[in-house]
Write a protein that binds this ligand. Structure first.
Ligand code: 26M
Length: 823
């Protein structure tokens, strides 16, 4: 049978090997003697891609024939991470390809390391979109992800002299074998200019938008395969190009350089990913990005709808359901109205009905400074027609509110899509809320706070729209691919069903009391820690002991996430060792990682702070082997895959009420780390799931913080009231970690002392006490292993499959569609 297997679709080791050599020869144009690792990587990628395309084309054909209802996930970010390993897992070909490579004299792991990860996202929000694409395909739900094909993704981070340095991410420089450009699939997108209205010969009021500039969106398609199913969905990312006619314009007017400039201006729209945790207000190019991809997505959906033979768009919402991943795509609400009313001549009321039934909106943060709002003049000059449409939506909306709350002008002001309290703005969350039939938060606590704070008035108006959809992560990438040791151990005991039905992990519960199993469990963790220790030695030249407690804090750097609270704890330990050089202490390794937004001064200072403290501590002979501090540069998906499996302790220490959900917390716990955390975001639900006795809880609750603040929070009182805390702060101020420089960290310490918006000092004592309990338990390795097993056994809820099932049932109303490959 091997000989009759098709080179492009066969899955035997023999066929894979032959196809691989074929691709090396005919696609890379290389023979083995001169082939580089990258040539081999690409040859393998193309081999895998063929198998993907078979499934993808069959999926597309089936969806088309069956006119399947389709989920469209609109997101400015998709933080996919490397494709090759994940596709091998989902195809079920990992072992076969590993063997085929071995037979060719190559090492699959080395080839996997060649792949440059597509960093088309900042952090949680973008990674969530990627996990959801994986689950949609695995659950066999027809879905399209729409987003932006950034030429430069999230910057690469280097650490020089302890400071973050940003390097441009040229992820496309060696080509991208996973995408298929669709140069013939281009759509026009207009910007600027003005509108005029007239009455057409049938007496209809019509508006024409005469733009100042037109660019075209080009589609780039990436297949997203489900786990051990034939479903491969579509991720369609748009790249901005100049319209063809610019070339003719240059020819006509003789302004060659002017035309080339215009071309560059068009292409700039999709050049670079913006950091999301920086003030974006007033960044015109960012608004252009958002509108650009939404317009392309909606035009594409209308095109697909019409392709299926239907001309009249009255059932658009039956064919498509559109999820808005935060407010970045919220402009879609106005754009769909424009397309329906202006371009397809639909009456306003009908268009509005369809629009509202089409969209649903997910909120990802309550931070006031993160809520998107656009200055009215900027908005109007870029999208004049959309501003008119928004005014009309708002007028009709506020009329309804007036009926329900006569005379309540304050409420009208609060609900209005236009913020008129000072400078005038368009509030994108309000546009999303008014234009959607469903609104959700991403963890129980967050959804509750959403209803009480940011969207309170909307909740009072339409409580039935609101629900919670607690985030989840995909066990394929975050367990099977990244932690093969644990995967093997679990599968040996309970079979492989858990990969698709994560609740099955509960079968591990009885094994928590099994000494032999616990020993194997610990040995898997130890192996993972050894590999991370090796990586740390190679990368930054610091030696860490894999027997020490690996305590890990990796995520974007932000004051509310409180990385510096952990540093205060580290300094506390150090202080204890200096006080009592012979103190017996559990050896500990603190590992930090994360990027700071380039314009976020405090976050960058926190990185410098971590590195400076690490420098002093790692050099000081007094600590001997009891304390190590490491900052891992360039934390990204690839590095996450190394880090989560090696963690003993997961640090989830944000100020209660600020972390909408967190998803790293889930990845850690699924890999057997215990959590030290606050009652924030999904921590609350993780603790509930694994049992309070298997979770290290500390810190003020949301309610306690509210009370603290009501009574006037005076952080200096906490500092003065705790001798150790005061000593720690004084040691920093003295320049001890900055070569005597008393200025360097002054802003940091001063800020804590005076203002401490995120209440580090209020939570310090509780954190330090809790840590003592962690160390106590860690000394009892059997107890620790038992708690670790119970954590994993009870974490099934946090699969993104569960989350996607909830979206499908409650919001999208979509059914699975089986894909069958032709015999
Ligand atoms: C903006 C300006 C200044 C400071 C901060 C911001 C900002 C903060 C958060 C902007 C965007 C933010 O949220 C985006 C995001 O990635 N949110 C994350 O979404 C994840 C997926 O739902 C959640 O797990 C994280 O808790 C949430 O922070």
């Amino acid at each position: 049978t091997v000989l009759t297997e098709d080179d492009r679709t066969g899955t035997s080791i023999e066929t894979l090997r032959r196809a691989f050599m074929d691709n090396l020869f005919f696609i890379q144009g290389r023979f083995p003697e001169v082939a580089t690792k990258n040539d081999y990587y690409l040859a393998l990628a193309y081999t895998v891609r063929d198998r993907l395309l078979l499934r993808w084309l069959n999926s597309a054909k089936t969806y088309r024939d069956q006119e399947s209802r389709t989920v469209c996930y609109l997101s400015a970010e998709f933080l996919l991470g490397p494709h090759l390993g994940n596709n091998l897992i989902n195809l079920g070909l990992y072992e076969a390809v590993e063997e085929a490579m071995r037979q060719t004299g190559l090492n699959l792991k080395e080839l996997l390391d060649q792949e440059e990860e597509p960093g088309l996202g900042n952090g949680g929000l973008g990674r969530l979109a990627a996990c959801y694409m994986d689950s949609l395909a695995t659950l066999e739900i027809p879905a399209i992800g729409y987003g932006i094909r950034y030429e430069y993704g999230i910057f690469d981070q280097e650490i020089r002299d302890g400071w973050q340095v940003e390097i441009t991410d040229k992820w496309l420089r060696y080509g991208n074998p996973w995408e298929i450009p669709r140069p013939e699939l281009i759509l026009p997108v207009k910007f600027g200019g003005h509108t005029y209205s007239y009455t057409d010969d049938q007496g209809r009021y019509r508006v024409i938008w005469e733009p100042h500039q037109v660019v075209q969106g080009v589609a780039y398609d990436t297949p997203i395969l489900g786990y051990k199913v034939n479903t491969a969905n579509l991720l369609r990312l748009w790249r901005a190009e100049a319209v063809e006619s610019f070339d003719f314009q240059a020819f006509n007017t003789g302004d060659y350089y002017g035309a080339v400039n215009q071309k560059i201006a068009s292409e700039n729209i999709t050049k670079v990913l913006y950091p999301n945790d920086e003030q974006l207000q007033g960044k015109e190019l960012r608004l252009m990005q958002e509108y650009f991809f939404c317009s392309c997505a909606l035009q594409d959906m209308i095109r697909l709808y019409k392709q299926s033979g239907k001309q009249d768009l009255s059932r658009f919402h039956e064919k498509f359901t559109v999820q808005l991943n935060d407010t970045h795509p919220a402009i879609s609400v106005a754009e769909l109205m424009r397309l329906l009313v202006d371009e397809h001549l639909m009456p306003w009321e009908q268009a509005w009905d369809i629009t509202r039934q089409t969209f649903a909106y997910t909120n990802h943060t309550l931070l006031p400074e993160a809520l998107e709002k656009w200055p009215l003049d900027l908005f109007g000059s870029l999208l004049p027609r959309h501003l008119q449409i928004i005014y009309e939506i708002n007028r009709r909306f506020l009329d309804e509110v007036r009926l329900q709350y006569p005379g309540d002008n304050d409420r009208l002001r609060r609900l209005s899509i236009i913020d008129e309290s000072g400078c005038r703005y368009v509030r994108m969350a309000h546009l999303a809320a008014v234009g959607s039939h469903a609104i959700n938060g991403v963890a129980v606590l967050h959804s509750e706070l959403l209803k009480q704070t940011v969207l309170r008035d909307f909740y009072e108006l339409t409580p039935e729209k609101f629900s919670n959809k607690t985030n989840g992560v995909t066990p394929r990438r975050w367990m099977v691919l990244s932690n093969p040791g644990l995967t093997r151990l679990i599968t040996e005991r309970i079979g492989e069903d858990w990969v698709k039905h994560l609740d099955q992990l509960r079968q591990l519960e009885p094994l928590a009391a099994d000494a032999e199993f616990a020993a194997q469990w610990r040995s898997v963790k130890h192996g993972n820690k050894e590999r991370l220790a090796q990586y740390i030695r190679d990368r930054i030249g610091v030696t860490v002991d894999p027997h020490s407690l690996f305590s890990i804090l990796v995520k974007r750097i932000h004051e509310y996430k409180r990385q510096h609270l952990c540093v205060l704890k580290v300094i506390t330990l150090y202080q204890m060792l200096r006080d009592q050089p012979h103190l017996e202490m559990v050896p500990q390794t603190f590992i930090f990682g994360g990027k700071a937004a380039p314009g976020y001064y405090m976050a960058k200072l926190i990185i410098k702070f971590i590195n400076s403290v690490a420098d002093v501590i790692n050099r000081d002979p007094v600590v001997r082997d009891r304390l190590r501090v490491v900052f891992l540069p360039n934390y990204n998906v690839t590095l996450g895959q190394r880090v989560y499996p090696a963690a003993d302790l997961s640090q989830q220490i944000s100020t209660a009420g600020y972390e909408a959900s967190g998803t790293g917390n889930m990845k850690f716990a699924l890999n057997g780390a215990l959590t030290i955390g606050t009652l924030d975001g999904a921590n609350v639900e993780i603790r509930e799931a694994v049992g309070a006795e298997n979770f290290f809880l500390f810190g003020h609750t949301v309610e306690q913080l509210q009370e603290l603040r009501c009574n006037g929070y005076r952080p200096w009182e906490f500092a003065n009231g705790h001798p150790m805390l005061k000593r720690v702060l004084d040691l920093i101020s003295s320049g001890y970690f900055s070569h005597g420089d008393t200025e360097l960290f002054r802003p940091l310490v001063e800020h804590l002392w005076q203002d401490d918006r995120y209440c580090l000092l209020a939570d310090y004592q509780s954190y330090v006490d809790c840590y003592q309990r962690v160390l106590q338990v860690y000394q009892d390795q059997a107890q620790w292993a038992k708690m670790s097993i119970l954590n994993v056994a009870r974490m099934g809820k946090f699969s993104s499959d569960r989350a996607i099932r909830e979206y499908c049932q409650d919001i999208w109303h979509v059914q699975p569609v089986k894909i069958v490959l032709p015999a």
